[in-house]
Design a protein around this ligand. Structure first.
Ligand SMILES: Nc1ncnc2c1ncn2[C@@H]1O[C@H](COP(=O)(O)OP(=O)(O)OP(=O)(O)O)[C@@H](O)[C@H]1O
Length: 262
């Protein structure tokens, strides 16, 4: 499977408001994407469509070569990981569990372990914890972890099912600079190790870690630009996207934003 995700002329209208218009986008195996755009530009709506939470008003969406609306979507959802910046609905269960238990539960796409686990599952969870440099937390309950540690545990959990693609929706929001850098370093390692394509949603270009290969920029529901990161992360495109005069500075495969004029 080469083309993992494809949006063709996708339009989405909610209560007479056009939320997405003429969105064309394709993600191929081996690519890692950042999805950029101001608040309300349509990023979450666009990505929620992959999980089947929103249905395009017109246009077509293919995920893992299956057309949305013409296939049993439960199978597709199993191959798609999702990590938001909050799992509050499940907080009570999470709080009781240790890092190891939470990571193992990712094998069954559940919060809480309700199925038989094998020794291999625990070994894999331990390997993931090591890869995220979280082994020291293995037996610690979630409620006693820092916010940054909690986020990394949830991301490690999402890798447990080895999804074909994983949506990371603003995973660094609310984290301090050190916790942010630890999370990004973990993603960098994981991007090199696993075959999961990462789809990283953010407002901040500073979070685009070196392994990200492509960037999509949304503005007011339209795809302003998409393609290889160096061709998209330019002064012109970002100034347009943010409606602000900005300059991009590249350093060690990371980029930083300077505001020139408001
Ligand atoms: N449940 C909803 N009901 C009505 N309008 C909504 C709803 N969810 C989103 N919208 C509107 O749809 C548009 C796109 O929102 P969306 O959440 O997709 O943007 P976003 O780029 O993800 O924003 P953010 O960065 O703030 O998360 C916005 O105008 C928003 O107000």
């Amino acid at each position: 499977m080469n083309e993992l995700i494809s949006y063709k002329n996708v339009r989405f209208v909610r209560e007479k408001n056009v939320i997405l218009e003429d969105v064309n986008w394709a993600v191929n195996a081996g690519e890692h994407w950042a999805i950029l755009g101001l608040n309300g530009s349509g990023k979450s709506t666009m990505l929620n469509m992959m999980g089947g939470y929103e249905f395009p008003t017109s246009g077509t969406i293919y995920v893992f070569e299956h057309e949305y609306g013409r296939y049993n979507w439960e199978y597709v959802k199993k191959r798609l990981g999702f990590v938001g910046n909050t799992l509050n609905r499940f907080l009570e269960t999470l709080n009781m569990e240790t890092a190891r238990e939470i990571v193992v539960s990712g094998r069954f796409n559940s919060i809480g372990i309700y199925e038989q686990t094998e020794a291999d599952d625990w070994k894999k969870a331990d390997d993931l914890l090591a890869s995220f440099r979280l082994s020291y937390l293995a037996d610690k309950p979630y409620r006693f972890m820092s916010q940054g540690e909690q986020r990394r545990v949830l991301i490690a959990r999402a890798f447990m099912a080895e999804p074909n693609a994983m949506i990371l929706d603003e995973p660094c929001s609310g984290l301090d600079v050190r916790a942010r850098e630890e999370l990004l370093a973990s993603l960098e390692v994981q991007a090199a190790k696993s075959s999961t394509s990462l789809l990283y949603v953010t407002h901040h270009i500073e979070e685009i870690f070196p392994a990200v290969t492509h960037v999509a920029v949304l503005k007011e529901g339209k795809m302003l630009a998409s393609g290889k990161k160096k061709t998209v992360l330019t002064n012109e495109i970002l100034s347009d996207a943010f409606s602000l005069s900005v300059e991009v500075e590249w350093r060690d495969e990371r980029c930083w934003l300077k505001v020139i004029a408001k």
